[in-house]
Write a protein that binds this ligand. Sequence first.
Ligand SMILES: [Zn+2]
Length: 283
Amino acid sequence: MKFKLKDSVRIREENEDKIILFDTETELLHEVNGIGYDIIKLCNGKNTKKDIENILISEFKEIKQDDIKNDITNFIRQLELNNLIEIIPVEIADKIYLYGSELGSFTYYIDDDKKILIDAGVLVKKPIDMIIVTHCHFDHILFLNELKKMNGCEIICGEKDKRDIEELTEKVMVNLSPKNIVPTKVDTVVKNGDVIKTNNFTFSILETPGHTDGSISVYDKHKSILFSGDAWFGGDNQGKWIYLSGSEKQSKDTLNILKKINPKCIFPGHWGIIISNRNYRIQ
Ligand SMILES: [Zn+2]
């Protein structure tokens, strides 16, 4: 049986990239709303949308434009940690849930006999047996420590990103992240061809270096689904080379290999999902 998108998922085809910059307070709020009215309505009963807006306005009034996004991240992370908000996932396919984080990175939850999280950009409030970290960047490990503590789950990553996750090296780019991100011990290092089986999925690990040199992707050949991390961004946003490991050439080589595999569904770490080579945003 091939992958099918849930009928209930509302998607729109992508025409252009919409990257919102924060020039004014109004735009700042717009972006927060863009990150998700869901986030704001989560504060139901404790904080109204207006309350959150007021907090943000007073919180960020004096902050430099360049710092705003990071501080929003920190602010929302604190709301998550204090249980004032909870990111609500979208079931995008049978047993597959997508959480859009406040940083825009995607976290996926596989709700099978084994509960698997792919990346940890959100404080997921469901049982977790295993977290597969696609790479060491801060927006993918934001809640790794908290989730491990809550669930006692196994943490898995590619060999060349292990030390970075455990020691929060400069590769993690913590300078761009909330200050209180916590280093976490990795339990298992995986390599090309390692298989993780659940009742309904057979996930193969692909080493997909380039974005970072230890980047991995998770591939179910039978279902033709690829969780690509940042090895293949949604919306063809391959971006400018700014990273502290990997290389642009390696990244392009990896992308060519993944394009040859040609998965029907690609669930990336950012921006949108790709189905049959078309880009979609989850609404
Ligand atoms: Zn990344």
